[in-house]
Design a protein around this ligand. Sequence first.
Ligand SMILES: [Fe+2]
Ligand SMILES: [Fe+2]
Length: 199
Amino acid sequence: MATATKSKSSTSAPKKAASKSTVSPATRPTTNDSMLQKFFSDELKDIYWAEKHLVKTLPKMKKAATSAQLQKAFEEHLQVTKEHVTRLEQVFEILGKKPQAKKCDAMAGITEEGEGIIEDTEKGTATRDVGLVLAAQKVEHYEIATYGGLAQLAATLGYNDISDILQLTLNEEKQADLTLTQIAESSINYKASEETEKN
Ligand SMILES: [Fe+2]
Ligand SMILES: [Fe+2]
């Protein structure tokens, strides 16, 4: 029965540790004053504002929707979004900072566009639902871009725990986007294509 092989000690092993010049995210010490760290914190404030803003916007989108399936999707994503707010608060806590929101002009613009769609379309129509899906998908894509980038930055800065949290949210944003696509393709788009303008 051969036990552990105590074969000749290789001479190559110690050399590996010497190659320190490459970035090793898992072990890299974090500094709280790097420009990247500051940028990362600012971006967290930005998405924190965006998520809190969405908690107020999603009920309006649900109310404006006609399809029961779409209403349900907005309701479900509202609950998920509340969780995203909580997760960001956890992230601030890990960083030893108080949660702080900074107005996200991009999200303000996207949701304003969504309100415009509600104003420009008729209540109770599938056309309005199509517009709502489009607006909601723009929101999700903004979030996907943001969380994808931030999860990567967190890892680069050595915050693997934060990266995992952001990744969790990223996956849920992707799922929300998929759900919206399915709703649009399975019924709303077709129904809207059959609607004619009244007046
Ligand atoms: Fe979110
Ligand atoms: Fe979302």
